[in-house]
Design a protein around this ligand. Structure first.
Ligand code: DX5
Ligand code: ZN
Length: 214
């Protein structure tokens, strides 16, 4: 059964406890954490220190989406902070195989992320190593952007691998009450929703309404 994963990026950081409780009440099981370093993407968010604080607030499955250069330098910090899944980008030209293995060796689920302009062929050699696959449906860096629908085709391309290797396919960017119908024609397992959940004053209701559409 597909599931909405709230992204904290659009939440009110002056009251994280309240924000997190609201999505727990809506029965979310996971929380998406967007880590940006100002180099890999033109925006800066937060790092392991904040994730550790979030870990102390919730038992939700924490997925850390690393939009950073040289992730190998920080993977251990993100694992120690309490990430349950760590997602690294195919585009940052590091040693992908080694980095995925580093994540797994720390007892954390390892996933790969692909940006809209990157062809699916780039990730195919790593499919057998994945616990999770994230397809960006916006160019990463900011919440509240319009969905690049073309990128949804990668969900269909990834299906045979996700069945063979038993990992979920997730999409990230531009999911809202208007786009969700189109998204569900390709049937991803997990759908990140940031602004659609947290920019609505009633987060619980927004989460529930999106969930009803899947
Ligand atoms: C974008 C982030 C997304 C973002 C999605 O770089 O990876 O997770 O929070 O935000 P919305 O759902 O508002 O497009
Ligand atoms: Zn993300």
């Amino acid at each position: 059964m597909p599931e909405i994963v709230p992204s904290l990026l659009s939440a009110d950081f002056s009251n994280l406890k309240k924000e997190i409780r609201s999505i727990e009440k809506a029965n979310a099981t996971r929380l998406h954490l967007d880590v940006m370093d100002g180099h890999f993407v033109p925006n800066i968010t937060f790092g392991p220190f904040i994730i550790k604080a979030i870990r102390n607030l919730t038992k939700l499955h924490l997925e850390s989406h690393l939009m950073i250069e040289n992730p190998e330098k920080y993977i251990k910090n993100f694992a120690d902070a309490g990430s349950d899944t760590i997602l690294i980008h195919i585009e940052n030209n590091g040693n992908i195989k080694q980095n995925l293995q580093m994540i797994k060796d720390l007892g954390v689920k390892a996933g790969l992320v692909i940006n809209p302009p990157t062809p699916f062929e780039k990730v195919e050699p790593y499919m057998h190593l994945l616990d999770h696959f994230l397809i960006m449906t916006v160019n990463p860096g900011f919440g509240g952007q319009s969905m690049i629908e073309e990128a949804l085709k990668k969900v269909t391309l990834a299906k045979e691998y996700s069945e063979k290797y038993n990992f979920p396919i997730q999409i990230d960017g531009g999911v809202n009450i208007k786009t969700i119908q189109k998204v569900m024609t390709v049937n991803p397992d997990l759908l990140v929703a940031g602004s659609a959940v947290f920019s609505n004053d009633d987060h619980q209701k927004a989460f529930e309404e999106l969930s009803k559409k899947i």
